[in-house]
Design a protein around this ligand. Sequence first.
Ligand code: ZN
Ligand code: ZN
Length: 82
Amino acid sequence: MKRQECVHCGETVVVADDGETVTGGETPVAHLQRTGHAHIREPRPTGCPHCGYLWMYSGEADMATCPNCRGKAVPGEIPDTE
Ligand SMILES: [Zn+2]
Ligand SMILES: [Zn+2]
C-alpha cells in the first residue's frame, strides 16, 4: 500500500497493492467519485541535470532519482544541457 497526494487538493489517497485492503484513506477511485479529482500524478518527462539522461518519472517523490547515474532530478523538469 502506498500513499500519494492528490495533485488537486493535496489530500492523501491510498493506492493498494494486489490483495490489500485500503485503510486510512480514500482510494484514488473513491476520491475521484467524491471530489471529481482525477487520478494523481501522470508520468512526467524528467531530465537529469547531472548526466543529461531523459526518462518518464512516474513516482511521487519531490525529487526523482536518475536511473542512469543515481543523481537527483526535479520531476517534470528538463534542464538546459547547453
Ligand atoms: Zn483531490
Ligand atoms: Zn543522471
